[in-house]
Design a binder for this molecule. Structure first.
Ligand code: ADP
Ligand code: ADP
Length: 237
């Protein structure tokens, strides 16, 4: 469902951050991008939804090269690509349910304003998603009152509000304690199995990658070192 071909990126006055990356990713897969700090994981992940502009190559999604789309076309495609972040990127002064509803903002026209625009159906859906991430009863709390693990689950609910086909997860557990990390990764895994959502997850922990991944893409200094189904990586290690 996602094909990356000959992708290259060099930041200004730097060494190449991505060197001829070729990757094929299937629907409903839990894909881990594994590598040490500075390897290029964030650059690769953010190049997929064009948060980072790459220099050359293709990112083919639904038979279109995302690198060649105009702003309007890209906005439509991005609706199908959710994202969660190491530092959650929630609006701290807003409530939990308002943050979840934010996931739908990209589909609204700005002139509709912010919160009046959400229908009863959308609010019901947001509540249902909060149940799904085990945060029922938290809807009216301020995000600033939540633990890291709870914030990340709000982030997942917000991404789900987009009805994504892919969720890009940029070091989603790097700020979490081990128990919360497992909870977040279990939840992402469940989305791949039960909803067929593709999760592409940046990690630097080999043990977590082996526990959760269907496919492991190992990168180092901007180049792919490993690109295998997990079963093959198991044998190699
Ligand atoms: P990460 O968690 O991916 O290791 P960093 O702390 O390295 O993040 O980077 C934080 C921010 O700084 C990111 O937005 C990244 O793009 C930017 N950044 C990282 N390395 C450099 C660099 N050498 N020059 C300028 N900006 C950088
Ligand atoms: P990772 O996510 O694996 O830690 P990054 O993709 O953040 O790696 O970084 C890959 C390389 O690109 C690193 O050498 C980093 O310093 C550099 N880099 C990242 N962001 C920037 C930036 N905004 N400007 C310049 N160099 C950057």
């Amino acid at each position: 469902m996602l094909e990356i071909k000959h992708l290259n990126k060099t930041y200004e006055a730097g060494r190449p951050a991505l060197k001829d990356i070729n990757v094929s990713i299937g629907k409903g897969q839990f894909v881990v991008i594994l590598g040490p700090s500075g390897a290029g994981k964030t650059t690769l992940l953010r190049s997929i939804n064009q948060l980072i502009t790459s220099d050359s190559g293709e990112i083919d999604f639904e038979d279109q090269n995302l690198r060649l789309l105009n702003k309007q076309q890209l906005r439509q495609k991005r609706q199908k690509i959710g994202m969660i972040f190491q530092n959650y990127n929630l609006v701290e002064r807003l409530t939990v349910i308002e943050n979840v509803l934010h996931g739908r903002l990209g589909q609204k026209n700005l002139w509709q304003g912010m919160f009046g625009v959400f229908s009863q159906t959308e609010k019901q859906e947001a509540l249902r998603l909060l149940q799904e991430v085990d945060l029922q009863g938290f809807e009216l709390k301020n995000c600033s009152d939540l633990s890291g693990g709870q914030k990340q689950r709000v982030g997942i609910a917000r991404a789900l509000m987009q009805h994504p086909q892919i969720i890009l997860c940029d070091e989603p557990v790097a700020s979490l304690d081990p128990a919360s990390s497992v909870m977040v990764l279990d939840l992402l895994k469940k989305l791949t199995v039960e909803k067929g959502i593709t999760c592409i997850v940046n990690l630097h922990q080999v043990d977590l990658a082996l526990d959760y991944a269907d496919q492991i893409i190992g990168i180092k200094a901007g180049a792919i070192q490993i690109n295998e189904p997990k079963s093959q990586v198991d044998k190699a290690m």
